[in-house]
Ligand binder design. Structure first.
Ligand code: ATP
Ligand code: MG
Length: 428
């Protein structure tokens, strides 16, 4: 630019005005393209989310003949992604179109200015050639700047999305400082209300589980059993009411301490593509091998373990080692054992197992629950025979609560009805 000013100030002014106009044009295009890139990122995330879901649920999908629906959905999601990316690309490409247009305008401008002002400016062909070359040199850095702005836009759109994730704050406030009690503990719910949204899923739940006792929880599907289990583990906080351990509100314990003392065995066992050791220890390298092997022996996994190709280092969810539903549940129980918890919350799997495996799980459970306070969400009548108290939930409310023996003695109780007809008959 300075060189052009030195050569001929008129051209310098022309070049300066031109560069200014070019930057304004680019600035406007940039503002249009940034939100389009953001939308494209979102639809790509949705597409990959859909693929991930389809792959992980492959068995269910095939089993239920949902292939066609899933493929249709896949086409819809990928079409949206294609359209969004296309729009963003087209707007980005207009940068280049504008760039080429600007170059043409500049060259024509130089020639027109030279032609009409030839008399005043004393411009010879050599100078015109020089100006045309300078013009190209002026646009090259602008084009580079554009390319960098485009890269920056992409990165800004990414950063914006990452920021959105970081801004999601957990609603669980972890500021308790009370040390978790030693020895056996009691667990109580006091007038607890909870809902994932405005609608309450649990209403006015109160019960008292004395230390070392077990409470069996039954109720129709959707009655709030799993939700109650999640609340004990403090995955959510109640809307109103309290959960107390030895009389102390669980909010008063540091979250880590509460969760290390409560073992929550979920209804669906989640295993990672990792070694068996990492799967049961949750990547805690401190836990010695013997401890894990002792538990395997205790719960009847010894034979299964001895047949593994690489022992504890065998990778799960690969060709090397596929697990049966029963083995998965026994591994979930191993996880719970390793925690040596004071409270066990067990959401019994609703899937049916063969009688031998079921018996094996029963034995493992008896060992795990011995001397510990436990909430057992029961889907089978046999599980209920082992509990001290029974709580029947109906639509988020307590329908019946009391000691198992007393409820069984009372012929009018819902529990007696359950014992006569079976859980499935009464509760579904
Ligand atoms: N993460 C969630 N977000 C919103 N609503 C949920 C969530 N989990 C469960 N619900 C709703 O809360 C209610 C209780 O669900 P919950 O899973 O506690 O039932 P459940 O008694 O465990 O059923 P099941 O016997 O089928 O396991 C249901 O209406 C369910 O749709
Ligand atoms: Mg459930």
């Amino acid at each position: 630019m300075t060189a052009v000013f030195i050569e001929k100030w008129v051209y310098g002014v022309f070049f300066l005005g031109f560069a200014f106009l070019a930057l304004i044009a680019f600035y406007f295009v940039r503002n249009v393209s940034s939100p389009l890139w953001k939308k494209a990122r979102e639809s790509t995330t949705a597409l990959f989310g859909h693929i991930e879901e389809s792959v992980s649920g492959l068995e269910d999908i095939k089993g239920n003949g949902a292939d066609e629906f899933l493929m249709k959905r896949f086409h819809e999601v990928s079409q949206t992604d294609f359209k969004n990316k296309n729009k963003a690309m087209i707007v980005s490409r207009t940068y280049y179109a504008i760039n080429v247009m600007m170059r043409a305008i500049l060259n024509i401008g130089i020639l027109v200015v030279s032609h009409y002002l030839a008399a005043f400016l004393d411009t010879d062909p050599g100078v015109i050639y020089l100006l045309l070359t300078y013009g190209t040199n002026l646009l090259w850095p602008l084009r580079l700047l554009l390319w960098q702005i485009e890269q920056l836009q992409n990165s800004l759109a990414n950063i914006e999305r990452i920021n959105e994730f970081f801004q999601i704050e957990t609603k669980i406030i972890d500021d308790g400082e009370t040390v978790f009690p030693e020895g056996k503990v009691s667990l109580a719910f006091d007038n607890l209300d909870f809902g994932y949204s405005e609608n309450l899923v649990l209403k006015d739940i109160s019960f008292n589980l004395e230390s070392g006792r077990k409470i069996g929880l039954v109720g129709q599907t959707g009655s709030g059993k799993t939700t109650l289990a999640r609340l004990v583990f403090r995955l959510y906080d109640p809307k109103s009411g309290k959960i107390r351990v030895n009389g102390i509100n669980t909010k008063n314990f540091p979250l880590k301490e509460l969760r290390s003392n409560v073992a929550y065995v979920t209804q669906d066992v989640e295993l990672f593509k990792a070694s068996i050791r990492d799967n049961v220890t949750f990547f805690d390298k401190e836990i010695p091998e013997e401890v894990i092997l002792d538990i395997f022996k205790d719960i009847g996994l010894e034979k299964w373990y001895n047949d593994l190709p690489n022992g504890l280092e065998t990778i799960i969810l690969s060709d090397e080692c596929g697990l049966s539903a029963g083995e998965e549940q026994l591994l979930a129980l191993t996880r719970a054992f390793l925690k040596n918890p004071k409270i066990v919350v067990l959401d019994e799997a609703s899937s049916r197992l063969d009688p031998a495996t079921e018996r094996q799980i029963e034995i493992a459970l008896e060992k795990l629950l011995h001397g510990r306070s436990a909430i057992i969400i029961a889907h089978r009548l046999t599980t209920l025979h082992k509990v001290d108290d029974v709580l029947i939930l109906s639509d988020g409310e307590i329908l019946e609560y009391g000691s198992r023996e007393e409820l069984a003695k009372n012929p009018k109780s819902q529990f007696s009805l359950l014992l006569q007809k079976g859980i499935e008959e009464v509760l579904t």
